[in-house]
Design a protein around this ligand. Structure first.
Ligand code: MG
Length: 532
């Protein structure tokens, strides 16, 4: 979540640590175990804080270091862990390191960045934001050289092959661990570790940097983790996990894209394909699954035709799409607010192998504002109530730093926390129940999974087995109801206990499972064996 958009505690129109601290019991109450904070360091805020000018501080708009420590203390007392973004692929061009590097060729910091006298021939290749960003090399008038920037021109890349840069990265990790942080989401991991500059060639050595950071982290804090943002091909996955000695977790971008293809087609096959794509990972590593995050829904790993199918279903208008590869919408409007379909999607997310990650506001089905630029459409303030400014801030409306979604079916008067708290059938209460049950079923996260064959190609069914038992999840991806049949003979099930709905146990005793499913229906079952 972004501190800026969650809750404003001092009435200046910008969310802050004071506001976030006040709302921690809301997050803990829903059953979440960990909060992931997007960057909160001092920044000119030209890329939502991903342009950092001081890694050791807190941006004054959001509070002080003291406010941060109070926040961590409160989070811990509520049993919440805190993860933060580690944005060290690049700095802001306003960072003192870059200012020193550009102004003096002899500066200690000169080699913190990647310079070239002439603009490289491939400068227009490999931009991260196609359609918005034109080049990866820009001329700096002060340095009279070109500098490399994988992202926007105001975000010069750090030169990771310089040991002094890696030392600084460890110092950053060290500070925040000492202040109580439990882990880092490593921003843009593939770019961070790539060899930079014109002579750059991919070598195995680059992945060693990940082990270096992991060793440092583990020496300092035994149970802290590194979670990489790495939307990469499956043949490089092993390089990120290593033998369980590099990244602890990776976001499963591949599964995310195939999951949306399955939702768009209303067919289980693409989801199964996405689940089978990644190679086996070390026992002590884990995938992080998500439906939507703070960026565009990146569909770059699908074929052009597959991507078009997803666009057609979920983002038919041009201004809903971004960077020629993604969708800049939240989930609820993508499914036109269809409650059945939304709850099915979250039930699916919470039952897939791995650790589920949910973006703030998605637990109440917030919408987007497509009039805002690029990814700002999905970064609007949290909708707490039907009060002024959605209860986000007591500032005059024109001081609120980003517009609140006010019109239409997803406006704050209709979609807000206060209303959904009171409604037992709300999405908020569904998510809370679903998270609680998920925590009672550790199999989903940690067990080994198997696809369960059914008579309907629209139904995705899988079982997960672990030391604690076996659970089965069934999801109808289509709006059509059906009579489902599945042979569960291998499970030697005496009966199935419905974990989410108020439904009697289903006796099996060797017979196939027969079940009436409504459109977009879902079930979680615990298998009770005969000998139990
Ligand atoms: Mg404020």
């Amino acid at each position: 979540m972004e501190v800026e958009t969650f809750k404003d505690g001092n009435g200046d129109g910008i969310g802050d640590f004071r506001g976030l601290t006040e709302q921690l019991s809301y997050i803990a109450g829903l059953g979440f175990t960990t909060i992931w904070l997007l960057p909160f360091h001092p920044t000119p805020f030209r890329d939502d804080g991903y342009d950092v000018t001081d890694y050791f501080g807190v941006d004054s708009r959001l509070g002080t270091l003291g406010d941060f420590v109070t926040f961590i203390n409160q989070a811990h007392s509520l049993g919440l862990r805190v993860m933060i973004d580690l944005v060290v692929n690049h700095t802001s061009n306003q960072h003192p390191w870059f200012q020193s590097a550009r102004s003096d060729p002899k500066s200690y910091y000169r080699d913190f960045y990647v310079w070239e006298k002439h603009k490289p021939k491939d400068a227009n290749q490999g931009v991260v934001f196609p359609g918005v960003q034109k080049s990866t090399w820009s001329f700096d008038r002060t340095a009279r050289q070109y500098y490399f920037h994988r992202f926007y021109h105001f975000q010069p890349d750090l030169n990771i092959s310089n040991p002094a840069v890696r030392e600084e990265i460890c110092r950053i990790i060290g500070l925040w661990l000492q202040l109580g942080v439990s882990g880092f989401r490593v921003d843009a991991a593939p770019f961070l570790i790539e060899m930079k500059g014109v002579d750059a060639s991919k070598s195995l050595e680059e992945y060693h940097y990940l082990r270096e950071f992991r060793e440092f982290l583990s020496w300092r804090t035994g149970d802290a983790i590194l979670l990489a943002e790495a939307n990469v091909t499956m043949d490089t996955i092993e390089d990120y996990f290593g033998d369980g000695d590099k990244m602890h977790m990776l976001f499963n971008f591949m599964l995310n894209q195939y999951l949306f293809l399955a939702l768009a087609r209303k067919e289980a096959a693409p989801l199964l394909e996405g689940m089978l794509k990644p190679p086996p990972i070390p026992e002590n590593c884990q995938w992080a699954n998500f439906l939507r995050n703070h960026d565009e829904l990146d569909l770059g790993r699908l074929s052009d035709a597959q991507r078009e199918e997803v666009f057609h279903e979920f983002a038919p208008q041009r201004n809903m799409q971004l960077y020629q590869r993604g969708i800049r919408r939240r989930l609820a409007p993508m499914v036109n607010g269809d409650f059945q379909r939304l709850t099915m999607a979250y039930s699916l997310l919470l039952s897939l192998p791995g650790t589920p990650v949910i973006r703030y506001g998605d637990e109440i089905g917030m919408g987007e504002d497509l009039s805002l630029k690029e990814r700002d459409s999905i970064r609007t303030p949290m909708q707490w109530s039907a009060d002024a400014n959605a209860g986000f801030s007591s500032a005059p409306p024109n001081k609120v730093f980003r517009p609140i979604v006010s019109d239409g079916p997803f406006g704050y008067e209709r979609v807000n926390v206060a209303a959904q708290r009171r409604d037992p059938h709300s999405l908020l209460n569904f998510i809370e129940r679903c998270i609680r049950m998920r925590r009672e079923c550790p199999e989903f996260g940690r067990g080994s999974w198997k696809s369960v064959e059914t008579n309907n190609p629209a139904v995705f069914a899988h079982s997960v087995q672990w030391a604690t038992g076996t659970v089965i999840a069934i999801h109808n991806l289509a709006e059509k109801s059906c009579r489902l049949k599945a042979d569960l003979g291998d499970y030697k099930a005496e009966r199935l206990v419905n974990l989410l709905q108020d439904e009697k146990d289903i006796p099996l005793r060797g017979k196939p499972l027969q079940l009436n499913l409504k459109g977009y229906d879902h079930r979680w079952f615990r298998v009770v064996r005969a000998e139990q």
